[in-house]
Each structure stands twice: as C-alpha cells, then as structure tokens.
Design a protein around this ligand. Structure first.
Ligand SMILES: Nc1ncnc2c1ncn2[C@@H]1O[C@H](COP(=O)(O)OP(=O)(O)OP(=O)(O)O)[C@@H](O)[C@H]1O
Ligand SMILES: [Mg+2]
Length: 421
C-alpha cells in the first residue's frame, strides 16, 4: 500500500477564495498543503518543498499556468512532479494545451470536492508506482549488465580453458614425432658427412685400398641401409605431424568428417617407426624388445589420425614405464619387453588391440584415475597426464569403442582397445 496521507501538495491560484476552499478540502483529506498565488512564488515553493503534486490554475497574472508547467517540465528535478490543471469548463483548448505540455490531468471549475480528491489520489498513486517501476527497471538493467559481464567472463574463461587444453593436446601429440625427427637428424648429418668424405676419395682418385679402408671405417654398407631407414622415419614423423594437425582441426570442427578405411597394423607399424629411437639401447638403457602377434584383420572404418595418436600414447607410456623400471647396470633377470597383440573378438564384432609391457605396473588405487585429465605420476616437465585422457576420448567418444587397463603391480600393465567393426 502506498501511503498518501501527509503528502505535500502545492496549489497555485491567484484567487484567495478558490485557493482557500481548495486548501481546506485537501487538508481535510489529510494532505499537507502549500499555496502560491503567482508564477514566481510557485517556482520558488516547488524548489523549497518539492511537492508530490501540483494543482495549477491556468489563468494567472504575469506568468500563466502553461508557462509555469513548461518551466517545471524543463528542469530535471521537477519534471516528474505530476501537474493537474484547473480550468474553466468552457475552455476546451486549455485542457488540450495543458495535457500537451505534460500535465497529467485537469479538473474543471467550479471544483467538485470528491472529484478533486479522487484525481489527486489517483495521480499520486500513479506517480508513486512510476517511481517504483523506474527504480525496479534501473535495478533490472544493472543486474542485466552485471549478468552480461559475468557471462562474458565465463565464456572467456571457458574458451581459454578449451583453447589451453587443445594447445596442450597438440603439443603432447607432436612431441614424439618431433623427437624422432630431432634424434634421427643427428645420425643423418653424421652419415651425410661420412658419405661426402667417401665421395671425395673418389674425386681425388684415391687408391682402392684407401677407399676400402675408409668404407670399413664408416661401416659403409650399414650406413647406406640405415640412412634410408632414417630418412623414412623422418618422413613418417613429418607426415604424422601433418596428420595430427589435421586431426585437431577435425576435432575443433565438431567433426562432420566420415570414417575411412584403415589398416590397423599399418598404424601400429608407422607408430613403432616413430618411437624406434626410444627403443634402442644406449649408455643407460637396454634395448626394448617388441613382440608382435598380429591376427588377420579386416580393414576397419575409423579416424586414422586420432587412432594413431592413441597407439602412440599407449606405446610411449609403455616405453616410459620400461625405461623407469629397467636400468642397464641393475641386476634384473627380466628384459624390457613390449607385446602388441591384435585379434577379432569371438563375436567378430570388434577389433581388439592389446599393448602390454613388463614394467612396474600400476598400483590398484590409481588405476581408476589414470584416464583423468592431467593425471600423471611423472615428474613436472616430463608428463602432462594428457595421453590417456586423449586416448579415452578418441576411442570411446569418437569411435564408440572401449579402452581398459589390466595391471598386476610389479608385473606390468596391459591396455586393451576394443574398436567396433
Ligand atoms: N604402461 C604403463 N605402466 C605404468 N603406468 C602407466 C602406464 N601407462 C600409464 N601409466 C600411468 O598413467 C598415468 C597417466 O598416463 P598419461 O599417458 O595420461 O599421462 P603421462 O604419461 O603421465 O603424461 P604424458 O602422456 O603427457 O607424457 C602415468 O603418469 C602413469 O602413472
Ligand atoms: Mg602418456
């Protein structure tokens, strides 16, 4: 309920009789009333008391009612005060003019008590409601602005984190082929220098003996063969990087691309080629033996790029685990081994790929966590924990397959991919 009692009303009338009658009428109705008898005094009183409503006579000396109304509507602090004109019954044009100047209503003289009180009440209520509405809509506007801002913030954060994940994912996948290119390019340049030196012997017409000795020194036959292999690895790695960038483009495009025919074994072989430099023995590590057990498989329909990423992630995880577990000079009767087995399931509905290692295995309590985003047990800078999360997404969401882990701690780990035919 809006409390109208005690509201201040300004009467502007030059006739004392009219003004007094009106004053009594309104006071009886419970309003607090102030009277002005000309324009100047009216404007001054408005400033002094800020009335809730003004009853304004049209005919006034010097400044008439219209002029006063115009001035009130011009000023921001007074423009919202409702003005009711008081006119003679006959002067229709006054009523129209008054309303067009912004008055809310008019009453005709001689004034009827009930009518005046009723109109005053209605307009006080309306003006109050207006004020409330304005305040509410201001609040709503503020709330809306705030909402929009925080939404923008959310969208940006969301975008950043998706973008961050994507970038981290790309970096993760590109790491291995880039590593292969870098590692092999060192051999490539050594081989190249050896070959150039050997050619120079022919150029300066060295003796057959000199040429033979040099060929033995640089292990020419092995070099020629290995140089070829190295170049193939580097090419395969470069192609893989291109595929990865392509597959991330596909990822980010909501993926409308269709599956294509793919030979799983080709995927495994090309992945092994890329990580071959990590399987070799060196001053710290033993050679990792790869045991393959391939079944005869049909060509399957899938997304080859992403599937190769999965194979890479699983094989690299096995290599990492084996490297951690076996050091060259520790006493261990077992040798580091990786087994890759492919088969059709008994129902012949799925291709099954098993990747097994004989490293330390995975503790039971973390087996359920390893597929989580950014879960890693590797030291900072070595593992991002993205490998299995990416693998899981590709196998389950993208291919409708399954990815499981079996592990007996101390004996090794086994990852099993099931891909629908
Ligand atoms: N073959 C495995 N043997 C033992 N533990 C494994 C094996 N594969 C995965 N894990 C465990 O699962 C965790 C998560 O693997 P994931 O590939 O997601 O990340 P990561 O290998 O740690 O990091 P990144 O893939 O960035 O190198 C590893 O940190 C490791 O603890
Ligand atoms: Mg990994």
């Amino acid at each position: 309920m809006i409390e109208l009692q005690g509201k201040r009303i300004l009467i502007v009338d030059d006739s004392p009789t009219n003004a007094t009658a009106l004053l009594l009428m309104l006071q009886q109705a419970g309003f607090s009333v102030v009277v002005a008898n000309n324009g100047e005094s009216a404007l001054q009183k408005v400033r002094e008391i800020t009335p809730s409503l003004i009853l304004l006579d049209v005919m006034l000396p010097e400044m008439d009612g219209f002029e006063i109304c115009l001035r009130l509507k011009e000023m921001e602090e007074t423009q919202d005060i409702p003005v009711i004109f008081m006119t003679a019954l006959s002067r229709i044009e006054d009523k129209v003019k008054g309303l067009s100047l912004g008055a809310v209503d008019y009453v005709t003289k001689p004034l009827q008590k009930e009518e005046v009180i009723a109109r005053v009440n209605v307009h006080l209520k309306l003006s109050n409601l207006n004020k409330q509405l304005e305040a509410q809509s201001r609040e709503l506007k503020d709330a809306l602005t705030q909402l929009q801002e925080s939404q923008l913030q959310l969208i940006q954060n969301e975008k950043m984190s998706t973008l961050g994940q994507l970038v981290a994912g790309v970096a993760h996948e590109i790491n291995n082929p880039v590593g292969a290119i870098t590692a092999n390019s060192v051999y490539a340049s050594t081989y190249f220098n050896d070959l150039v030196e050997h050619l120079r012997l022919y150029q300066r017409k060295a003796t057959d003996e000199e040429i033979k000795i040099h060929a033995e020194e640089i292990e020419l036959d092995f070099l020629v063969e290995d140089f070829g292999n190295i170049l193939t690895t580097m090419q395969t790695s470069a192609i893989r990087i291109k595929d990865i960038s392509e597959s991330f483009r596909v990822f980010s495009r909501n993926d409308t691309e269709d599956k294509v025919a793919f030979d799983i074994h080709e995927g495994i072989e090309s992945t092994l080629l890329i990580i071959k430099h990590r399987l070799k023995a060196n001053d710290k590590n033993l050679e990792i033996e790869v045991i393959k057990n391939y079944a005869k498989l049909p060509i399957i329909q899938c997304f080859p790029g992403p599937l190769n990423q999965v194979l890479m992630n699983l094989l690299v995880n096995a290599v990492d685990a084996l490297r951690d577990c076996y050091q060259k000079y520790t006493n261990n009767s077992k040798k580091p081994q990786m087994q890759i087995k492919t088969a059709l399931n008994p129902e012949k509905t799925h291709v099954v790929i098993q990747i097994r290692d004989n490293a330390m295995g995975i503790p039971k309590e973390i087996q359920s966590k390893i597929f989580g985003y950014a879960f890693t047990t590797k030291p900072v800078g070595k593992g991002t924990g993205l490998g299995l999360a990416i693998a899981r997404q590709i196998i389950i969401e993208k291919h409708g397959g399954s990815l499981e882990v079996n592990s007996t701690p101390g004996e090794g780990a086994e990852f099993i991919i099931n891909l629908p035919l």
